[in-house]
Design a protein around this ligand. Structure first.
Ligand code: NDP
Length: 482
């Protein structure tokens, strides 16, 4: 059985303890590879390698760093099919999605930041008096990167790319649930000639390898994407050392549909927002509010569209919905659907695993797209992140009422508004507490824009210049001219 290895100091190595954890294919429920169960001693070795690599890498011309990153992006693209298949098997997502979204986006992330640093600039402040201020921006040192299982290579590369482009070195820990494409990335980095120690990937459990990264005194920057509860632990561990911390966490994102919306689009995008990647995207629209006059028709059409989604073998071309990532996630979704019933919800479709898919997938963690109505805005199902193919639909009467619903959770990651009244759309966009508001669309991503959450969805922003700023330290130099 394949044993994934850590990537430390340019080498593929076993964990110091020799401990390995099982890695399961969620569409079959079977263990298919093993992943290092690394601990503090592996992180220590990775930090030593990152420390040694830092002087040369941070001093290298930006064009040199850029070139090697572009080679990595090219190699990922050359092996797109292999990467996509690995992501599909590791995560349960449809192969078509990994092929069209996850893997191309990883290559794009690398290209985007590899070229961004070629155009980076900093500021000069000329004063009235005889002084000139200018800002130097240098890399901060060793960055610790911790990423989740839902978009494994996509999110890992989204963080690694700006960190190394700006001259930092990195110790990264992908989710132990989906380690395969990070392992393949380490192979590609070796082939592309990334200098040893610039990127180190330590696989293992969050509570062990992850916690060792956030607690390490030489890791001065920590970028985390994951659940809010884990984010709190990361913040607690990093705060006493005054690390610079970026947290991208959970969401309970509202989709708001007014009666004047272009309905075909509001249905199509609403369904995509609810169920993309089996509802396991932090940006998923899991609470849908529809203006009273359009409510009945919207619910009817939405349910028909949800029923039409094909839950199937992720490797098959016609599959819209693959497996949930793990047994734990599958059970969590089941618990929330049971809770929805207790809270008075009516399950209009789904609410259980599908019938048999095929022999290969008979023990997989599949769940049907589920639509629930009849719940209050305050109930737990409408307040807590489920992170599965479950959405609720509720009616509203007025703009102020729906704004209160939209803002009425602890989260503030994203929202979508569907209306043809652009004044109303802009008004709401300004008043909704979310890091991203989409108008008449969902999850359209431009890598230049600030990305992140408000309230308990996050601290700081990623993307474009925000990421370049995050991984660099500004220094003001003040010069007396005369
Ligand atoms: P988790 O919070 O469980 O894990 C995220 C990462 O943190 C994993 O690598 C995990 O390791 C690690 N980890 C766990 N405990 C610790 C610890 N004590 N110290 C350091 N690291 C730790 O999230 P999931 O992987 O379950 O991902 C789903 C969550 O991610 C959802 O809440 C989702 O909303 C959020 N997310 C947010 C995004 C955003 O941009 N805002 C984007 C994508 C997802 P391990 O897996 O090995 O336990």
């Amino acid at each position: 059985m394949l044993k994934i290895q850590n990537y430390i100091d340019g080498e593929l190595v076993e964990p110091v303890s020799g401990n390995y954890l099982d890695n399961t294919d969620p569409s079959t429920g079977q263990v298919y590879s093993q992943v290092p169960g690394s601990g503090a001693e592996d992180v220590e070795r990775a930090v030593a390698a990152a420390e040694e690599a830092f002087p040369l890498w941070s001093d290298a011309p930006a064009a040199e760093r850029s070139d090697v990153m572009l080679r990595i992006a090219d190699l990922i693209e050359t092996r797109l099919e292999e990467f996509a298949r690995a992501e599909c098997v590791d995560n349960g997502k449809p192969l078509a999605l990994a092929r069209s979204l996850d893997i191309p986006r990883a290559a794009k992330n690398l290209r985007f930041f590899a070229t961004a640093v070629l155009h980076a600039h900093s500021q000069v402040h000329t004063a009235d008096g005889p002084v000139l201020n200018y800002t130097l921006r240098g890399p901060r040192g060793i960055a610790g990167i911790i990423s989740p299982w839902n978009l494994p290579l996509y999110v890992l590369s989204w963080k690694v790319a700006p960190a190394i482009a700006t001259g930092n070195t990195v110790v990264a820990k992908p989710s132990e649930v989906t380690p395969m494409t990070a392992y393949m990335l380490s192979q590609v980095c070796r082939e592309a000639g990334l200098p040893a120690g610039v990127l180190n990937i330590v696989h293992g459990r969050g509570a062990e390898a992850g916690a060792a990264i956030t607690a390490h005194p030489k890791i001065t920057t920590v970028s985390f994407t994951g659940g809010t509860v884990t984010g709190r632990e990361v913040a607690k561990s990093a705060a006493p050392m005054f690390k610079k911390v970026g947290l991208e966490m959970g969401g309970k994102n509202p989709t708001i549909v007014f009666a004047d919306a272009e309905m075909d689009r509001a249905i199509e995008q609403g369904v995509r927002a609810a169920f993309a990647n089996q509802g396991q995207v932090c940006l998923c629209g899991s609470r849908i509010y529809v203006e009273q006059g359009a409510y009945d028709a919207y619910v009817e059409r939405f349910v028909a569209a949800a029923r039409a989604l094909n839950v199937g073998d992720p490797l098959e071309p016609g599959t819209d919905q693959g497996a949930l990532v793990s047994k734990a996630q599958f059970e969590k979704v089941g618990r929330y659907v049971a809770l929805a019933r207790e809270e008075g919800g009516e399950i209009l479709c789904g609410g259980s695993p599908p019938g048999p898919i095929n022999d290969r997938c008979k023990d997989g963690f599949f769940y049907q797209p589920t639509v629930i109505t009849g719940l209050s805005a305050e109930c737990r199902v409408n307040q807590e992140e489920i992170f599965g193919p479950v959405t609720t639909i509720m009616p509203f009467e007025t703009e102020d009422e729906v704004l209160a619903y939209a803002n009425g959770t602890a989260y503030g990651l994203a929202a979508s508004v569907f209306t043809q009244n652009l004044s109303r759309a802009h008004r709401l966009a300004e008043r909704i507490d979310a890091g991203t508001v989409w108008i008449n669309c969902w999850m359209v991503r431009d890598l230049r824009v600030p990305f992140g959450g408000m309230k308990q969805s996050g601290v700081g922003r990623e993307g474009g210049e925000e990421a370049l700023r995050f991984y660099t330290e500004p220094k003001n130099v003040c010069l007396q001219k005369a």
